[in-house]
Design a protein around this ligand. Structure first.
Ligand code: GFB
Length: 317
């Protein structure tokens, strides 16, 4: 029988304007949580410990879902490693410290499948973390995320904090970043095929060889998993959250092509990096607890494209 959190619990969701944070707020509200706490960057700079401490003392969250961070696709990661390292190191250090000082009852930290070693055996089990060198295109981000994830373990061990961490796979969905230079592959392809169709173009550029494999999960499924873990998980070991299925980038591009612009052809731009050859999560641990994703890739792309069409004037491009 699953546990149920008190719907009056004061839960802080950091990064509530991003893809994951905004979806979590929506999901928790729909589940009846009435005391959700959020703060914009103008209200509190999460890189500033003093500001974060002051905000925590004032807002008094009982639980935290920490999803804020500087994130982006392969190009943003590869070209801005100093920013990705600094922002993420600071953001994770300050929030965890403040949560400990404030006596937060539970904190959920999100890692990322890209922090496993580059040449990890597939599918990737939780215990493979820190067993080999990282992928160079996202090394800075991965190191900062690993530091945050290990910090959760350390606070747990040293101070008895109920800090847990989950490792989501590549995510997509409404309110994603559709900026072609900074985004992840799925929103980039939706936008590229859409714009090619409007312009009457029949060739769409796909970065790399198309051979790398990726696992994609709709962000609504991640939000559901976060609530499930808050209610049902309290262990030191991180836990993978994914679909357990992957596709090649070529197959993904073809799926998007069929949905958005069936007349188009894919043109692979091999001057752009492939990144990690494959990163498929082993999801047997979360399946054994009773959680499984519900949105398959095809329907998820269709609904994300519908959202894109309805919000094309407002999307982050
Ligand atoms: O989604 P993506 O940027 O991130 O790229 P990663 C995935 C794959 O899609 C790469 C290819 O092989 C890209 O070369 N790709 C093809 C494209 N066309 C495009 C395009 O138009 N835009 C983009 N962005 N890619 C990120 C990490 O790695 O994954 C981050 O760098 C983060 O740290 C994220 O963890 C989840 O999956 O390669």
């Amino acid at each position: 029988m699953p546990n149920t959190l008190d719907r009056q619990t004061r839960i802080y969701i950091s990064g509530h304007r991003g893809l994951v944070g905004s979806t979590l707020v929506e999901r928790l509200r729909a589940a009846g949580f009435e005391n959700l706490l959020t703060a914009t960057r103008a209200e509190v700079d999460l890189r500033d410990q003093g500001a974060v401490d002051a905000w925590f003392a004032d807002a008094r969250p009982q639980m935290v879902v920490h999803v804020a961070g500087t994130v982006g696709g392969i190009q943003a990661n590869a070209t801005r490693p100093a920013d990705f390292m600094y922002d993420n190191l600071m953001i994770h250090a300050t929030v965890l410290r403040a949560a400990w000082r404030q006596g937060v009852e539970k904190l959920l930290y999100l890692g990322s499948s890209c922090i496993y070693p580059r040449d990890c055996p597939q599918p990737m089990r939780e215990e493979y973390l820190l067993t080999g060198p990282l992928e160079t295109t996202n090394e800075a981000y991965a190191l900062a995320k690993i530091t945050g994830l290990k910090s959760c373990e350390y606070y747990r061990g040293q101070y008895g904090c109920h800090f847990i961490s989950a490792m989501p796979t590549n995510l997509y969905g409404p309110r994603d970043n559709f900026d072609l230079a900074g985004s992840h592959v799925l929103p980039a392809l939706i936008r590229k095929f859409h714009e090619a169709r409007l312009a009457g173009q029949t060739e769409v550029s796909v970065w790399g060889t198309g051979a790398p494999k990726r696992e994609f999960m709709h962000v609504d499924d991640l939000a559901a998993a976060c609530l499930f873990l808050l209610e049902n998980y309290d262990r030191c070991e991180t836990i993978n959250v994914g679909t357990g299925q992957d596709v090649t980038i070529g197959e993904l591009a073809d799926l998007v092509r069929k949905i958005v612009h069936p007349e188009a052809q894919l043109v692979f731009d091999t001057s752009k990096p492939d990144g990690t050859p494959r990163k498929l999560l082993d999801v047997s641990r979360i399946h054994a607890l009773g959680w499984k994703h519900t949105i398959e890739l095809h329907e998820g792309i269709e609904s994300t494209y519908r959202w894109f069409l309805e919000h094309v004037d407002q999307v982050r491009v």
